[in-house]
Ligand binder design. Structure first.
Ligand code: G3P
Ligand code: MG
Length: 242
């Protein structure tokens, strides 16, 4: 297997649940706990800006409503993406990917960009995320581009084939190894419940690294690390020392 440059521990959505997910405030909290690798969810505004948001709608984690694919960035930039979490974070804005890149580069942090397209924008989101990653991380460790959506990874591969890609799996669906092969991935990231020593060995046998999300339990983490997992995405930045 090729050398693996990413830290073992990655903070999920910035700092898991301690701060509003997918905001710069969350990245600051994660970094404050010593984390030097982060996972975040990236999608596109109507006018094509890559920014951080998990859900298909704005409703749960911002002061807005409806699909972000129907809002221009100028509109999204005015939303409160922190008040839903707790009062100290009120008025925390949604971050664009370039702001996250600046934070990561300034603080020596690695990034896993989960390409999380709004429905219908899978390929385009992959293309834009990869193009921006290429421009924003020049000369630095590139972000690992992952997605549950093969089409998004196809877009990323077409745009910037040299950037590292990972297939995300929430179940072991028929044909996933062939898809991972065709996407020329460097890693497969599964729900931790799917991962065991046999699967890790199988992935390693293909030359792919094995990562897991979202591990918040010490016994689970200990087992998977003993089994040889290469990356652990966690919400519990306050509990697991990276
Ligand atoms: O990228 C791993 C993990 O974040 C995938 O699940 O729903 O938290 O984005 P989700
Ligand atoms: Mg995610």
């Amino acid at each position: 297997m090729k050398p693996w440059p990413y830290p073992l521990w990655l903070a999920h959505r910035g700092a898991g649940k301690l701060a509003p997910e997918n905001t710069l405030a969350a990245f600051r909290v994660g970094a404050g706990f010593g984390y030097r690798a982060f996972e975040c969810d990236v999608k596109l505004s109507k006018d094509g800006e890559a920014f951080l948001l998990h859900d298909d709608t704005l409703d749960r984690t911002t002061s807005g409503q409806g699909s972000p694919a129907e809002a221009d960035w100028a509109e999204l930039a005015r939303l409160d993406a922190g008040g839903w979490h707790s009062p100290p974070y009120a008025a925390e804005p949604l971050p664009r990917l370039d702001q996250i890149a600046a934070f990561c580069r300034a603080n020596g942090c690695a990034l896993n960009i989960e390409i999380k397209p709004c429905p219908g924008f899978e390929r385009l989101t992959g293309e834009v995320a990869a193009r921006e990653a290429q421009q924003l991380w020049q000369g630095a460790l590139p972000p690992l581009l992952s997605s549950f959506k093969p089409e998004a990874l196809e877009g990323a591969k077409a745009a910037e084939p040299q950037l590292p890609r990972a297939l995300l799996l929430d179940k072991l669906w028929d044909g996933w190894p062939e898809v991972a092969e065709a996407l020329d991935v460097v890693a497969v990231i599964t729900n931790w419940r799917l991962m065991d020593a046999a699967l890790i060995q199988r992935l390693h046998g293909k030359g792919w690294r094995a990562l897991v999300y979202t591990v918040n339990d010490a016994d689970v983490a200990q087992r998977l690390i003993a089994d040889g997992v290469d990356g652990v995405i966690t919400d519990r930045v306050d509990f697991f020392t990276p």
